[in-house]
Design a protein around this ligand. Sequence first.
Ligand code: NAD
Ligand code: UD1
Length: 337
Amino acid sequence: MENTKYVLVTGGAGFIGSHTCVELIESGYMPVIIDNLSNSKIESLARLKKITGVDIPFYQEDVRNREALDMILDKYPCVAAIHFAGYKAVGESVAKPIEYYQNNLGCTLTLCEALTAHNVKRVVFSSSATVYREGDEVPLKEEYELGCTNPYGWTKYMSEQMFRDLCVADKEWSAVLLRYFNPIGAHKSGIIGEEPNGIPNNLMPYVAKVANGELKELRVFGNDYDTVDGTGVRDYIHVVDLAKAHVLAIGYACENTGAVAINVGTGRGYSVLEVVAAFEKATGQAVPYAIVDRRPGDLAEVVASPEKASALLGFKAQYGIDDMCEDAWRFEHNLNK
Ligand code: NAD
Ligand code: UD1
């Protein structure tokens, strides 16, 4: 107990948080989860136990609840925190901006206050490639100027800034701002994965539901972009690779102070049609599709420069697009068993 390296994980019952809890345990840390289950299910905990054999301490509380955070941090002397909790749907953020600012910024503010009060001054934060401006040359580099096009993106931009300011004001603070590109796939066990509510907005969960017959066909949003085959190109990263990047980031935060933004991607882009072909090949399932109009707000190509993650964290993605498709499919298939 005394030597246990606890890590507070906000939003740990969600998609990326649950995969990160597995990797934390494998690396000798003990996650302590706070999640209000607004976008995840209590089953996450049983699934995590099935994979890891560990009863992870779990609190069904809102991160904006300061008393709850104080109670948890009093009980578990954490070496660091990973802050996943927040809303993440871009389209919804345009329709409900205040809810997004309230939840995402409220969580960051309350967490920073509570961590400071408990002298836990190392944090890894879930930022996003969405903080980069439209029209910048790819691969996107961390030093580029930032600019967002939707409230969700602004909450990431503003949270990053809060951590930067905190690190200027208090030299003991360390904040690693991880800018995720497009996380997909699932744990190899097929026990945890991405489970969006309702009809998925994102490509991979949509493709998986077309493959299992739940949805009729994929709508490919535009084939007239200036890309390899005219369809949108993204930097897809396996969620287990992304989870491992968090463990490396905790190590970095323990050794360094100050704020640093780091892309987490592979540096390799795939078009929508390349993803469809890879999925069909990896799973043997047909994915019927139709080309439709562009989706408003979409960009032609979003690809990370992965060099800073390699230099500072020693991070390199291990899994390729075939693993991402195979693992996403295994999870989808298990869900419907
Ligand atoms: P997710 O919705 O699966 O996980 C977020 C978790 O936070 C959920 O379990 C939810 O219940 C919880 N939560 C939300 N508000 C909360 C609150 N006020 N108090 C306590 N818990 C709360 O999402 P995810 O895909 O795992 O994303 C995790 C983080 O990474 C988010 O901050 C998201 O914005 C960011 N991110 C995700 C992606 C992606 O493609 N999935 C890309 C870039 C950044
Ligand atoms: C979206 C978010 C981004 C978030 C990311 C990962 C927007 C504008 N951006 O990125 O902030 O970090 O998800 O959660 O929503 N596509 C289709 N048909 C579909 C779905 C998608 O053709 O049914 C295409 C899109 O046009 C795009 C690619 O597939 O070219 C990937 O789309 P998606 O998975 O939604 O991710 P992003 O739009 O890159």
